[in-house]
Design a protein around this ligand. Structure first.
Ligand code: FES
Length: 82
């Protein structure tokens, strides 16, 4: 589980055998990387083109070039997928 918790993008997730999901970080934490990505951890509701998504971790695009906004897709000056 620790590897999943270290995944900054939120692409990796886990669910406990009893059905519980990952506890979000409290209070919500936001940081910008040197390459422009916005790392967010907490009890998140991310508005996407296909509707809202509940997340505990997300790497958002801070440069405006991602084709998968609001998420970073690595296409901008950030140069890498989260
Ligand atoms: S920060 Fe915009 S694509 Fe990565």
């Amino acid at each position: 589980m620790e590897i999943v918790r270290r995944c900054t993008s939120g692409a990796l997730r886990y669910r406990m055998a009893n059905g519980q999901t990952e506890n979000p970080v409290r209070p919500t934490a936001v940081a910008r990387t040197d390459s422009g990505q916005i790392l967010v951890r907490g009890d998140l509701r991310v508005e996407t083109a296909t509707g809202p998504r509940q997340e505990t971790r997300a790497t958002l695009c801070g440069c405006g070039t991602s084709a998968n906004t609001p998420y970073c897709d690595g296409s901008g000056p950030c140069g890498s997928r989260p």
